[in-house]
Design a protein around this ligand. Structure first.
Ligand code: ZN
Length: 137
């Protein structure tokens, strides 16, 4: 049984953005030669999130627009008195920062139209991180 922790680091270029990290994660799994196991993906940030869905321009725009509507702009947020990013904190709390996938036959089990996205809610940032815990054999 292998227990491995891997990090993926990258920069983001927009204030709000969906970044496809599917292939970065699959590359880590391939390099470990795990046939059957579990992959926990975690975003260790309070102003970002994680979702799984289709990588299609229209769907991505729809998702981002609906996500941003979860915490409207024209509302008073107490946290904005400190660092003006309350919306990012609220949305991150609602959509969540982690996901679990099964690994079978050496591959991440996911739908054909299901990619994994880091959701930037307070960019651009020079360093963002995703932590992956993989265990299996
Ligand atoms: Zn803040």
């Amino acid at each position: 049984m292998k227990w491995v922790t891997e990090n993926i680091e990258f920069a983001t270029g927009e204030k709000y953005q969906l970044l496809d990290i599917t292939y970065d994660i699959e590359e880590k799994i391939n390099s470990l030669s795990i046939e059957s196991g579990v992959c926990i993906i975690n975003v260790p940030h309070a102003t970002a999130g994680l979702i799984a869905n289709e990588n299609e321009t229209g769907v991505k725009e729809d998702i981002l627009n609906r996500i941003l509507a979860l915490a409207p702009e024209n509302v008073t947020y107490q946290h904005d008195r400190i660092d003006n990013n309350a919306r990012a904190h609220v949305i991150s709390s609602i959509i969540g920062t982690d996901s679990v996938f099964i690994i079978e036959e050496g591959r991440l089990v996911r739908g054909i139209w299901q990619n994994i996205f880091f959701v930037e809610l307070d960019g651009p940032r020079s360093v963002r991180k995703v932590v992956i815990k993989i265990f299996g054999e």
